[in-house]
Design a protein around this ligand. Sequence first.
Ligand code: SIN
Ligand code: MN
Length: 237
Amino acid sequence: MDDALFGEERLDRRAREVLPGAVHVPAWLSLRRQRWIADRFEEWGRGPIAPHSPLVGGHPMSVRMVPLGLVWGPAGWSETAGPEGAAPLPLPEWLVRLSRAALRSAFDPRTAPSWPGLDPARLDAWAETYEPDVALVNYYPPGARMGMHQDRDESSSAPVVSLSIGDTAVFRAGNTQTRSRPYEDLRLASGDLIVFGGPSRFMFHGVPRVLEGSAPQGCGVLRGRINITVRATGRQE
Ligand code: SIN
Ligand code: MN
């Protein structure tokens, strides 16, 4: 078998509009990029805000979270967290640029997404206006999951860009009305991108399961799964 021709990154798994505004782009990040980002993840974990499990309904989540850029708290998005006022690491410029590239890929008119329906020149200009100010970096240890929820702490309706590295997740893409059906379960593998914007920006979504031990060799994550969601909070400075 010719590895250069049939190597993992050459497989043609095309972008698919799961729902209007929600596009899954398999294998968007090369293994090299996945590894590089996994190395940054190690650094983020040693930053001023330690990975922690936020409480939801009084119970700690099973994921461990590190925020970049801003932190969410009782008073909304803020530049510091907790009584000691620790500031998160800044949102890296490379992640902002990567997120704009993610919008260009996800909403590429060649895959005919029904939203935002822009021709290539307008899509490029639109992607450049994306000004995310936060990323939530979640680590899923084996057995971790995330219940159905909406990302609605942001006052902006700009898309959420989500990158996955490590074990494959079953990602439940729901609807904007209820946390139950209709929904579709899809697999987010290492290197996959999913963007949800427009009519799907406030869809319920969750991760009912992560497939333990499914990470490809060389992705930089030996155990568990990393997910990074990049968002624009709409916060006024
Ligand atoms: C999230 O909804 O914040 C994370 C989703 C995922 O882990 O894919
Ligand atoms: Mn979410």
